[in-house]
Design a protein around this ligand. Sequence first.
Ligand code: SF4
Ligand code: SF4
Length: 175
Amino acid sequence: MRFKPKPFTEPVGFRCLYCLDCCRGRHVYLTLKDVERIAKAGHDPQDFVTFSIEGDKIRFVLAIREWDLGCVFHDPETGKCRIHAVRPLICRIYPFMVSRKPLGVKSERPFHHKGETLWLYYDESCPGINAENPETTITPEEIAELGIEFEREFEKTDMDGFAELIERLEGEKDE
Ligand code: SF4
Ligand code: SF4
């Protein structure tokens, strides 16, 4: 599914309708903290981490099923996420997006949060935004906070850190 950005400047009501769209055909980056949290919930990193080479960097990406390009944690019967409580930061941010520069979308404007200047958007294709009977209200502040956290953790995520994490997780298993 292609992200259709709309400026996110005011709180919006949200209720996920489990339309399955956002957990299929997406490239979900993982931070080391994501890998650790999911592994500690009982999932082997070998089963959910894949690698992507981007320039001189190795990125860690959530694995997908071959048959429908769905995320390995997506339950095709219910449309729900099987690791909802420990899902990656990117999945907590979606259907919103945090950018350091404007995307050139009509009516966008900068959002200032804790000394940072950001541009926030939501995905117009997600039917959960402004859905009837919303379950929750999402504010620009909380998305800005998650976006900054993702940026910080993503920056620290590299192969050395990944190898150390795997070693540590193996050590904890043997204890
Ligand atoms: S696209 Fe929106 S409504 Fe559909 S599953 Fe994703 S978050 Fe939920
Ligand atoms: S981890 Fe969960 S929310 Fe994220 S893409 Fe996979 S199924 Fe969807």
